[in-house]
Design a protein around this ligand. Structure first.
Ligand SMILES: C[S@@+](CC[C@H](N)C(=O)[O-])C[C@H]1O[C@@H](n2cnc3c(N)ncnc32)[C@H](O)[C@@H]1O
Length: 221
């Protein structure tokens, strides 16, 4: 535990809406800035290799659908089987934002690291937003009242169309009963590039969004 609750009102000391540091530093900053209850325990519902927590001493429960990452809970975050209600102060979500890369269907390290192993084809309108509603229902169930959902969402271009995943996520979070409190733009140092791309019709994305949702009818503490 890094600070005591309840927080002392320290006046107007905002955080920046644009972040150029690491995800781990931003998560710690958001936990300190937005939490109105103890943020722990934290459920990381898309743990992968746990890069967010390398420098952290937070109490984190890891979940991933892929057993090769050896999370504490091997499971689908759209079901969260066996996870009790109202158990967590924070849920962290960093879902896949691209479909499997390449035509040969073999899983590459890139695909594993970005979780790019989930179907994202015509039947889903070339978008991964269909993953969000069942996850959001579960996140709401396992969060304590006033708990935080922090979601890293990246828009993508698929089948020659921009897919505005962050808009989908914010609308769906609202529909699931969260209050969408804030949106932080996180700048990425090394945007994805491929030497297979011969022409460009869309801006190369150098950012993603961290969306701050509270399991409450209001944002203000
Ligand atoms: C982008 S990666 C997360 C990276 C992680 N935040 C990190 O920094 O190491 C997405 C992860 O979500 C996992 N995943 C995809 N669908 C899932 C689901 N339905 N339930 C749980 N985990 C899922 C993938 O296996 C992958 O490890």
């Amino acid at each position: 535990m890094l600070f005591d609750y309840p927080q002392v009102d320290q006046g107007y000391q905002p955080i920046s809406s644009v972040w150029e540091g690491s995800d781990g530093e931003l998560i710690e900053t958001m936990l300190r800035f937005y939490s109105s209850i103890s943020p722990e325990p934290i459920l990381d519902a898309t743990y992968n290799r746990g890069r967010f927590w390398k420098e952290s001493s937070r109490e984190v429960v890891s979940m991933d659908i892929d057993p090769k990452f050896e999370p504490m809970i091997v499971g689908d975050n759209r079901v969260m089987e066996g996870v009790p209600d109202a158990a967590f102060g924070t849920v962290i979500y960093d879902p896949p934002h691209v479909g499997p890369q390449g035509r040969d269907k073999s899983t590459k390290k890139f695909d594993e690291d970005f979780g790019a192993t989930v179907a994202c084809g015509k039947e889903h309108d070339w978008s991964l937003s269909y993953l969000y509603p069942p996850f959001l229902d579960q996140a709401k169930r396992v969060l304590k009242p006033e708990g935080l959902l922090l979601a890293k969402i990246t828009d993508m271009v698929n089948s020659h169309r921009s897919k505005w995943s962050h808009c989908d996520f914010m609308r769906m979070a609202d529909e699931a009963g969260f209050t969408v409190c804030d949106l932080i733009i996180k700048v990425r140092t090394g945007p994805m590039m491929s030497n297979k791309w011969a022409t460009a019709h869309h801006a190369r994305k150098r950012h993603c969004f961290w969306i701050v949702c509270r399991n409450s009818a209001r944002c203000e503490r």
